[in-house]
Design a protein around this ligand. Structure first.
Ligand SMILES: *[C@@H]1O[C@H](CO)[C@@H](O)[C@H](O)[C@H]1NC(C)=O
Ligand SMILES: *[C@@H]1O[C@H](CO)[C@@H](O)[C@H](O)[C@H]1NC(C)=O
Ligand SMILES: *[C@@H]1O[C@H](CO)[C@@H](O)[C@H](O)[C@H]1NC(C)=O
Ligand SMILES: *[C@@H]1O[C@H](CO)[C@@H](O)[C@H](O)[C@H]1NC(C)=O
Ligand SMILES: *[C@@H]1O[C@H](CO)[C@@H](O)[C@H](O)[C@H]1NC(C)=O
Ligand SMILES: *[C@@H]1O[C@H](CO)[C@@H](O)[C@H](O)[C@H]1NC(C)=O
Length: 263
């Protein structure tokens, strides 16, 4: 600990000194980041890609905010930062660089419909401002990073059509802003935990179809009051299912093992 935090001072001054110390250590703990950090991160993201199409134009001598393909910056002049990255439908191969986690102002990451391989880098959980993550239709494998719950702003998580494996992490269900959860067509196994009811006020779309999930479908699904779309088809669920009371608009495409009732 810093030695100047332990000087003997009158109480009021001590408190001031303590606050100053806290302020200073917080300041020095934060690595200063700016648009140059974003640019470095983007360059690393590109380096991890093996094939990029000719239409992909990132002029490394310019700012990423000056018309780089798929890069969206915030409009506030004083905080000119990368807030969106849309590299969907570009036929990209290669992997997602861990440096993606340095794009700390990112709110939207769209990498769907490419041929990306490898795993989802754990650094992605550093993107605490991220609201929309679409990685669907790639060949991503491995488990989800732990601590997905660090993505507290996440509203849309679309991982459909990859080769992601493992159990659905429990902490997914603590993401209080999650509206759309699509993990369909992967290799998830295990059961659906009853803690899914934690998403009762937000979740509108839940797709866990075509995985290797098993066990009983939790009756807590019935507590998802805003659910409009549900697909659990193509899994290995067993037993009988408590009737689900899906309220509002139920766009019925639950194939397979059970029939929900309309609420
Ligand atoms: C931005 O880039 C695209 C193609 O990469 C080009 O067609 C367009 O004219 C550029 N716009 C500006 C303002 O430079
Ligand atoms: C960017 O991310 C990489 C990999 O996570 C890390 O090693 C590096 O220190 C980061 N750089 C900055 C400037 O934050
Ligand atoms: C993710 O991208 C796919 C492919 O473009 C699209 O069909 C899907 O609607 C997107 N997911 C969400 C939740 O918007
Ligand atoms: C997850 O977060 C907790 C607390 O923030 C931390 O102790 C743990 O090391 C993290 N695990 C991983 C794998 O990052
Ligand atoms: C999916 O991943 C498993 C290993 O986890 C592998 O055996 C299998 O070949 C992969 N499938 C595809 C289509 O990449
Ligand atoms: C669900 O919510 C309860 C109450 O807020 C909380 O204690 C619990 O940790 C949450 N469960 C998960 C898996 O997030």
């Amino acid at each position: 600990m810093d030695s100047h935090c332990h000087t003997l001072l009158p109480p009021q001054l001590s408190i001031l000194a303590l606050l100053l110390c806290i302020f200073l250590s917080v300041e020095s703990a934060i690595i200063p980041s700016n648009i140059a950090t974003d640019k470095e991160a983007l360059i690393s993201v590109k380096e991890a890609l093996l094939i990029v199409p000719p239409s992909f134009s990132w002029n490394l001598n310019s700012s990423p905010c000056s018309n780089w393909t798929g890069v969206v910056c915030s409009k506030h002049a004083q905080s000119h930062r990368v807030v969106g990255l849309d590299l969907s439908d570009l036929g990209l191969t290669g992997s997602i660089s861990p440096h993606i986690g340095n794009l700390s102002f990112l709110r939207s990451l769209q990498l769907q419909n490419n041929k990306l391989t490898g795993t989802i880098p754990t650094q992605i959980v550093n993107l605490f401002r991220l609201r929309s993550l679409n990685l669907s239709s790639n060949t991503i494998q491995g488990p989800l990073p732990s601590n997905m719950s660090h993505l507290t702003a996440l509203e849309i998580l679309d991982l459909a059509g990859n080769n992601i494996t493992g159990r659905i992490p429990d902490d997914i269900y603590s993401q209080r802003n999650l509206r759309v959860l699509n993990m369909g067509r992967n290799n998830f196994f295990g059961s659906i935990p009853s803690s899914i009811s934690n998403l009762s006020s937000t979740l509108t779309n839940l797709n866990l179809g075509t995985n290797s999930l098993s066990g009983m479908i939790p009756s807590e699904l019935g507590q998802l009051n805003n659910l409009q779309e549900l697909d659990l088809s193509g899994n290995k669920f067993t037993g009988t299912v408590a009737p689900l009371h899906i309220q509002h608009y139920f766009i019925g495409f639950v194939y397979g093992c059970f029939k929900p009732t309309m609420g």
